[in-house]
Design a binder for this molecule. Structure first.
Ligand code: HEM
Length: 433
């Protein structure tokens, strides 16, 4: 056993930070080849060590580790001014476990099945607004679509005029880039645009949410409502430790923020791959035409999330000295299961750069080699929702359109906040079927 950290690049912290944030798909495999995995990165400004792991046994140890030792909340600190102190993404330990227990009922198997009809309706309405043919930037269209889905699923459809007023505010407020987020932590900037606008948007959003929460709490029809807010208000009323209004508020913003751009990005990558692989696209279309279950389409989604993980890595900061893979890491070190490296491991995925949905046909992916939603106690709470939504969207898109690539159809991953989206926003040629 040793307590030294694994080797890693010696470049300045700022260079390491930029490379990790902006181009993990290009940089991580290179660093892995040079230093082996695990390797240690030191990112500016703090230069606190981050150890990337990808060996399935190490990934298992991290995800199975005690949530009181492996903290995830600190890695999301930048999001605090937008999401709020009680956000699931920022909590750790008992506080996180309690919130997770209260939110979980809204993401059960039956509840997800219950949202499906609404997702189908919203998707159909949104697709009606897409051009019938021609070039599009699918990522832009999908972002609108998934925002609409999450807003309607979270708040129900009780008052669409209210939703119309709030939609642009939500889109701006929760999609803030890193410059806006960093600036929100500096009070002197609060009176200056764009931070002044962001704060105004957050205030309008807070008013809206307070109104929706109060209305749900006194709604005589609460018991029959199927939207997520209603489920959470009901679950809270039945629980002695139920969520307070402030907690509900922060969790709702979190779900809207975490739940729409991620899904839109995953769909954009899937559509790009389908456009580039006509035979795979035809097989999906044939499966859809048969009616019934869609195992191949599901495999397409899984393979797309493997080859193009929307989130490249997850982070856990050790709260005490911890032994992992035979090496002891001191408290304060961050261990980071690298989704990019795990998904490109040739031992788990022969010819890892190829798009081959057949890998997942009839296979339940292993949580240590397929981790687009992270894992363990912090695994994405919306994973089943996202997969259901993805299936609905792809099915309806393929029922209406043939997808063709523009040029080679290859696009580089581009980093925005914590996600990697197609560089040119998924340029595609649509033609009616
Ligand atoms: C394809 C779409 C999505 C991807 C790729 C994705 C990915 C992720 C990842 C990697 C994490 C971190 C997991 C970890 O640290 O182990 C996460 C957490 C989370 N996601 Fe998702 N997500 C998606 C969709 C959604 C949706 C639709 C929702 C909500 C409706 C959602 C809500 C959340 C929340 C609340 C967390 C924090 C969980 C916690 O800390 O306990 N996500 N997601």
């Amino acid at each position: 056993m040793t307590d030294t950290l694994p080797p890693g690049p010696r470049l300045p912290g700022m260079v390491q930070a930029l490379a990790t944030l902006a181009a993990p798909v290009a940089v991580f495999p290179r660093v892995a080849r040079k230093y082996g995995v695990p390797f240690t990165l030191r990112l500016a400004p703090e230069r606190r060590p981050i150890v990337a792991v990808s060996d399935p046994a190490h990934v298992r140890e991290v995800f199975a580790g005690s949530p009181s030792v492996f903290h995830a909340g600190k890695g999301n600190e930048l999001l605090r001014p937008i999401l709020g102190d009680h956000s699931l993404l920022l909590q750790d330990g008992d506080e996180h476990a309690r919130a997770r227990r209260l939110l979980a009922p809204a993401f059960g198997r039956r509840e997800i099945a219950g949202y499906r009809t609404l997702v189908e309706e919203v998707t159909a309405q949104q697709l009606d607004t897409w051009p019938r043919s021609g070039r599009v930037r699918a990522h832009v269209l999908l972002n609108q679509l998934t925002l609409e889905v999450i807003l309607r699923v979270v708040f129900g459809v009780t008052d669409s005029a209210r939703l119309d007023r709030i939609r642009p505010v939500v889109a701006r407020a929760v999609d803030a880039g890193p410059v806006v987020m960093i600036g929100l932590g500096i009070p002197a900037l609060h009176r200056v645009w764009p931070w002044s606008r962001e704060l105004r948007d957050l205030e309008v959003l807070a008013d809206f949410l307070r109104g929706e929460i109060a209305a749900a709490r006194r709604d005589p029809a609460l018991a029959v409502r199927r939207d997520l807010l209603a489920l959470l208000v009901r679950a809270s009323a039945e629980d002695a430790q139920g969520l307070t209004d402030a907690e509900l508020h922060h969790q709702l913003v979190t779900l809207v923020a975490a739940g729409h751009e991620t899904t839109a990005t995953a769909m954009a990558w899937s559509m790009l791959e389908l456009a580039r692989h006509p035979a795979i696209q035809d097989r999906c279309v044939a499966e859809i035409a048969e009616g019934g279950e869609l195992p191949y389409l599901e495999a397409v989604l899984k393979e797309s999330l493997r080859l193009h993980p929307v989130v490249p890595m997850v982070m856990r900061e050790l709260q005490e000295d911890t032994t992992l893979g035979g090496r002891t890491y001191p408290r304060g070190v961050t261990i980071s299961p690298s989704i990019v490296l795990a998904h490109r491991d040739p031992a788990a995925y022969p010819s890892p750069r190829e798009f081959d949905p057949g890998r997942f046909l009839g296979e339940v992916p292993s949580p240590t080699t397929w981790l687009p939603f992270g894992g363990g106690a912090r695994r994405c709470i919306g994973a089943s929702f996202a997969l259901m939504e993805g299936e609905v969207i792809l099915r309806q898109v393929l029922e209406r359109y043939r997808l063709d690539p523009v040029g080679s159809g290859r696009e580089w991953p581009r980093a925005r906040n914590v996600t990697l989206y197609p560089w040119r926003r998924a340029r595609l040629e649509l033609s009616p079927r």
